[in-house]
Write a protein that binds this ligand. Structure first.
Ligand code: 13P
Length: 256
């Protein structure tokens, strides 16, 4: 049995006051998160604030990105050891916004994934096809290529701990969610790809779905056998939505 994860990706949103209010509301309902892992990933500059607010709670702080380099002349970058000092263990990598807007390549995502594993941290590796690629029937080809590059660069021993997030680009921030069946098909294919490297790691690996997850559609998505939680964007900024999504993941675990 895999422990589900619900991760809030705040993207470039928030401020000191709004963050404090959101975290206070999320922590009030922490008893509903039994049996799952919950994390929030604020912009890097708020890592210390959010980490302090979450101290001693069941909710963890994660990061939205990190440098593959250890330290030195890399202006504007944030290293893994810096994030780790504030309690970060999970790092989102290769989000489609970073791939599309900041030209991150499969190779860079792989390099960062390797660095995260080497640091004893957990990469949340995002993969996903564009609408054009889906309509051309290339979904599995695209996500397999994206994941394969990562699989080739991380040590097999670290594989079971790696988290993958399937985020179809056409479903991100659009209100268009993949159907549970569409998502399940891709999740199963991704797990099969991992199984070619290590079957045991594949059965233990958490594969999250992301793309317009909300309080209404979460339960159906999480009920699918290969969907082990969600990477939540817009809805993670609304306390009630996020809490309900966490509740859906905890409920799916009980009933599933
Ligand atoms: P939305 O939930 O806003 O569609 O964003 C998904 C996402 O990109 C999470 O990383």
């Amino acid at each position: 049995m895999r422990t589900s994860i619900v991760a809030g990706n705040w993207k470039m949103n928030g401020n000191l006051k709004a963050n404090a209010e959101l975290i206070a509301k999320i922590l009030k309902e922490a008893s509903r998160y039994d049996g799952i892992e919950v994390l929030v990933c604020p912009p890097a500059v708020y890592t210390a604030q959010v980490s302090d607010l979450l101290e001693g709670s069941v909710v963890a702080v994660g990061a939205q990105n990190a440098s593959a380099f250890g330290k030195g002349a890399y202006t504007g970058e944030v290293s893994l050891s810096m994030l780790a000092e504030f309690g970060v263990r999970h790092v989102i990598l290769g989000h489609s916004e970073r791939r599309a807007l900041f030209a991150e390549s499969d190779e860079q995502v792989a390099q960062k994934s390797q660095a995260v594993c080497d640091a004893g941290m957990v990469p949340i590796v995002c993969v996903g096809e564009t609408l054009e690629e889906r309509e051309a029937g290339k979904t599995l080809e695209v996500v397999s290529r994206q994941l394969k590059t990562v699989l080739e660069s991380i040590p097999v021993e670290a594989l079971a701990e790696v988290v993958v997030a399937y985020e179809p680009v056409w479903a991100i921030g659009t209100g268009k969610t993949a159907t549970p069946e569409q998502a399940q098909e891709v999740h199963a294919a991704l797990r099969a790809l991992v199984a070619e490297v290590d079957a045991d790691a594949a059965s233990r690996m958490r594969i999250l779905y992301g793309g317009s997850v909300n309080a209404e559609n979460a339960s159906q998505l999480f009920a699918k056998p290969d969907i082990d939680g969600g990477l939540v964007g817009g809805a993670s900024l609304k306390a009630n939505e996020f809490i309900a999504i966490c509740g859906a993941a905890a409920g799916a675990k009980v009933t599933g």
